[in-house]
Design a protein around this ligand. Structure first.
Ligand SMILES: [Zn+2]
Ligand SMILES: [Zn+2]
Length: 311
């Protein structure tokens, strides 16, 4: 019987569920009253995981033929099967994951999907389940096309993507402290707690999938500081456990922002600039408006209050 690799995450579900059960039990005993788990939050995470799994199965139906076409016609290398090829695949995919993840925080179109993963104000193993069914629409699968160009067959690509995601389940916990020398090499719970935090010093840091080296190489690494406990969630809290709202709220906000923009340039920026571009634009316009009022007030000697100006 051959194992179908795109079922990997579902096959590992019993391991994931056992870890969640253990962690909830352990935290209830060691940190009573901390409410690091809550049923509405965990059930929302589970619903999001199932929705994401369904969307992912459909996405592979489109993505695999694309990878196969690129592999057949445009591959640059033909690998001899063996450990060398697997290592190259692992490192290349992990680097591409870093690129995808960093882009997911800096391009609003991708953030609209990725925000789901960050919108819980808790962090525990079940947070790893919190994924978006919109990743295929956002284009996550496009980031793995270079692997086909590098000569890796489609099912190996699917397999390594899922291995990377499966590994990341284990970094979503507050029960494990720093791990010594491993912190230099691998994404760890400490490193990933920083990634989920909204503290000013932590935000948009530590994008690693499996290897920590990319963050250190490309300047996005920040160490967890014992004096600055992470505050989890997003800057503008979601305030709902509804998985549909969690999945679509940012897409709707992005569509609203896009439609109120006055020209094509700013409409495109509303979609593809950093997630806070529209808010910054609004603030700059408000500042310009205030400056104009101040100039008007000073030029007309209104003593600071335009509303009380006598004519
Ligand atoms: Zn992220
Ligand atoms: Zn995470």
């Amino acid at each position: 019987m051959q194992f179908d690799v795109d079922w990997l995450l579902l096959a590992l579900a019993p391991v994931f569920l056992a870890c969640i059960g253990w962690e909830a039990w352990h935290l209830a005993r060691t940190r009573p009253g901390a409410t690091l788990y809550s049923w509405p939050d965990t059930l929302c995470n589970a619903a999001l995981a199932l929705m994401h799994q369904g969307a992912d199965k459909l996405a592979w139906l489109v993505a695999i033929p694309v990878y196969a076409y690129v592999y057949r016609h445009w591959r640059l290398v033909s690998w001899q099967p063996g450990i060398g090829a697997w290592l190259a695949l692992f490192v290349a995919q992990d680097l591409l994951y870093y690129v995808f993840h960093r882009a997911s925080h800096r391009v609003r179109w991708l953030w609209a999907a990725h925000v789901v993963h960050h919108s819980s104000e808790r962090l525990n193993f079940s947070t790893a389940f919190r994924q978006s069914l919109m990743y295929p629409v956002a284009g996550m699968w496009v980031f793995w096309i270079p692997l086909a160009v590098l000569g890796f067959p489609p099912m190996q690509i699917v397999g390594i993507v899922l291995v990377n995601l499966a590994f990341q389940f284990f970094v979503h916990t507050q029960t494990v402290g720093k791990l010594g020398w491993l912190e230099y090499m691998f994404n760890t719970p400490s490193m990933h707690r920083v990634h989920h935090a909204r503290n000013a010093q932590y935000i948009d840091r530590n994008y690693a999938g499996v290897l920590a080296i990319w963050d250190r190489l490309f300047g996005s690494y920040v160490e967890e500081d014992a004096h600055e406990p992470p505050v989890y969630g997003i800057v503008k809290p979601l305030d709902t456990y509804n998985p549909l709202k969690a999945s679509f709220h940012e897409w709707l906000a992005m569509a609203r922002d896009c439609s109120r923009m006055p020209d094509w340039r700013s409409r495109l920026a509303a979609l593809f600039a950093p997630p806070d571009w529209c808010a910054r634009r609004d603030a700059a316009h408000a500042e310009t408006g205030l400056a104009a009022i101040r100039t008007y007030v000073s030029e007309n000697n209104t003593e600071g209050d335009i509303g009380s100006r006598k004519t």
